[in-house]
Design a protein around this ligand. Sequence first.
Ligand code: ATP
Length: 230
Amino acid sequence: MLDITDLSVSYKGIEAVRGATLSVPGGGITCLIGRNGAGKSSLVNALAGLVKPSGGRIVLDGKDLSRAGAATRSRAGIALVPESRRVYGSLSALENIWLGARGNKREAEERLASIIELFPAIERFQDRGGNQLSGGEQQMVAIARALMCDPKVLVLDEPSLGLAPIVVKAVLGGIEQLALRGQAILLIEQNGRAALRISQHAYAMARGEIHSLDHQSPEFNERELQALYL
Ligand code: ATP
């Protein structure tokens, strides 16, 4: 469904992403794990059209989006939940979520109901202002807003960052349920173990390079992974 081929990103001569190749199939979770500074955010920002890559191709469902702007990529079905979450403080949680809605109102209401099934806590805080939400609540709002546009691929940049372990569980649990419903997800995480546990496909990134991981094989060496990437 989504194919990133030989993608590179440079900032004034510093190569943050070097020839990265990664595929996200039509349903389930593909994770990309790696330490702080490995180049993960640069890769997802290039995928969403927020930074210009120095080379490579991005193809979604056979459509070449390599030269498309951020709005075209979003319309084509790539939805990014950025690390910063970008929840508006002056709007309520629910108003923030509705910002993502597209098209027919009845369909959007149905989508909202199905999103609330994934993150039931939203009902409890939906009328609270964005600036009154905890980190975990903001993360749920940011994911819900991205889902309101019915994306083909949901890209999550470090959704568990800064959250308490019990909240991480609720957020990752919702993401897992979403994948079981057939949503294609690209999950970027420093929290590698938790991400690997819920992912069907996995990649690791270090110093701008991506390697695919055979994390479900019995020979998979988690210690080695830890030493190299986490
Ligand atoms: P984090 O977990 O902190 O988001 P990351 O794996 O997402 O880390 P990136 O943020 O993509 O890594 O950073 C990769 C490299 O590119 C780092 O060395 C970083 O300092 C550098 N970098 C990132 N953004 C810029 C920028 N706008 N200008 C210059 N260098 C940058």
